[in-house]
Design a protein around this ligand. Sequence first.
Ligand code: SAH
Length: 220
Amino acid sequence: MIGSLGKGNGMTSERTRQRMVERLRQAGILDEAVLNAILAVPRHGFVDEAIASRAYEDTALPIGHGQTISAPYIVARMIELLRQANSPLTKVLEVGTGCGYQAAILSKLFKEVYSVERIGQLLEKTRSRIWSMRIHNLRLMHTDGSLGLTEAAPFDGIIVAAAPQTIPQSLLDQLAVGGRLVIPVGGNKQQLTVVDRHEGGYSQQIIEAVKFVPLREGSI
Ligand code: SAH
């Protein structure tokens, strides 16, 4: 069931969201555009009503099919990193749509957003949610994102919400020159990693330790 998208009260009000944004600021998120986008997107509308009252805690929450909505801090951090690419980003790919929360935020910040999800049933639920929110610059596709999205490549930015053991070659290939990939990498110990593509190749930076669900191959 989809949580109320109205003005809300108590734990789902805009004031609760403002407090969450304050906490993100204190945690070191500096990009005002990212903070504004987070303020504008009602996170409680992306989880089941039964847990909507917990939507503004800085924690991952279950969204069914063994998957989770990422914690607000990591969503903010990854998008902040994406926006610090060497050139302005127009076209962005998200791998791992899940409930669509991060995709909705991306669609406020970038002109053209593609998001791919491997679990068909999860994507269908998200599709109707995104439709009811009237987000028009976001395209959702049911496919294995470890292969990227060939038909829309290259991308100025790629953001991955599930962790592979090593960075998939397709994602590197589908990154535009001047573009940036933000991706958690590893098994038990994962590192948030940023890859920039230059004229002559790629450069890589490790940002911080993170915990994501694994990136799995194939779609279901
Ligand atoms: N961005 C989401 C996070 C969802 S969790 C949000 O805002 O809620 C990560 C998601 O990645 C899961 O839904 C999982 O099914 C999906 N995923 C894992 N491997 C994938 C792959 N190879 N291709 C596409 N999606 C994948």
